[in-house]
Design a protein. Structure first.
Ligand SMILES: [Mg+2]
Length: 277
């Protein structure tokens, strides 16, 4: 029995376009009741919003099969109530947030109080309304001893024909100004990978990590002790794959043109994708 941790952007879709064979691949996992989670560094959407977005692209995944860096950040705070800088707090329940709906929702669902008033923790993700005032407040929280948790370290994200800065670029400003380094939750951090593996209820060596990014998906999978498969449908392509792997210093177990090729490799000739997809 194997489980699957699957990336979203560049693996199942690109922006608003589904990637060929993605819907069939997911439908096959469901049909055969194979354990899987979609694991995303994107903290901006809730798992319900991700599920709706996938449905619009013809990919049927219930919210419970989606695990975001926001949910993993909330889980990390639940499991690490101590803050060495602020030992007067037995429980860190007060959290300042720089982020969007997905992050705020995940923290509130886990029972944290979102506040700018003397928070014990600063949790930061992508925030497309980031301002100088937010930067200033964040730096002052950290200088007062708040623990700094970063949902994901991505510097840049694909956006339309170009790119846009990710959570990691905002973190660079906060880190430079405060001198405080964050705890990183998202891929390639083993924190999100280990929580996801635990949710599957499998040993890491029985889990395939599948994604398009050598730096995050493959590195994260390697660090967590999983099997790794790089698909050439997003950041990595047939043109740049060698360079991407050598820069990331990783070697996936499989390099596949797409999810159909992965399925043939792993499920063999018995793989029959649902014909309607
Ligand atoms: Mg990706």
């Amino acid at each position: 029995m194997k489980g699957y941790l699957i990336d979203l952007d560049g693996t199942l879709y690109r922006g608003n376009e589904p990637i060929p064979h993605a819907a069939a691949f997911i439908a096959n996992l469901h049909r055969n009741q194979l354990p899987y989670l979609l694991v995303t560094n994107n903290s901006s959407r809730t798992s319900e919003q991700v599920s709706l977005h996938l449905a619009e692209l013809g990919i049927d995944v219930p919210p419970g099969f989606i695990y975001t860096s926001s949910q993993a950040a909330a889980q990390y705070l639940l499991e690490h109530p101590e803050n060495p800088e602020r030992s007067e707090y037995a429980e860190r329940r007060r959290v300042a947030v720089i982020g969007e709906t997905g992050l705020k929702t995940a923290l509130e669902a886990a029972g944290f109080e979102l506040t700018e008033d003397n928070p014990e923790t600063l949790v930061q993700g992508i925030d497309r309304d980031f301002t100088y005032a937010k930067l200033t407040a964040a730096v002052n929280h950290l200088r007062a001893g708040a623990l700094y948790v970063l949902t994901n370290p991505d510097h840049m994200l694909p956006s339309g024909p170009g790119f846009m800065p990710g959570a990691g670029s905002l973190a660079a400003a906060i880190t430079t100004a405060s001198g405080v380094q964050p705890v990183i939750i998202g891929k390639p951090s083993p924190i999100i990978m280990n929580y996801a593996i635990r949710k599957l209820g499998l040993a890491a060596s029985d889990v395939w990590v599948i994604g398009d990014n050598a730096d995050t998906d493959i590195k994260g999978g390697e660090l967590a002790g999983c099997k790794t498969a790089l698909v050439l449908t997003g950041v990595a392509t047939s043109d740049n794959v060698k360079e991407q792997l050598s820069r990331a210093g990783v070697q996936p177990h499989l390099i596949c043109k797409d999810l159909h090729e992965f399925s043939l490799e792993v499920f063999g000739n018995s793989y029959r994708p649902p014909s309607s997809l």
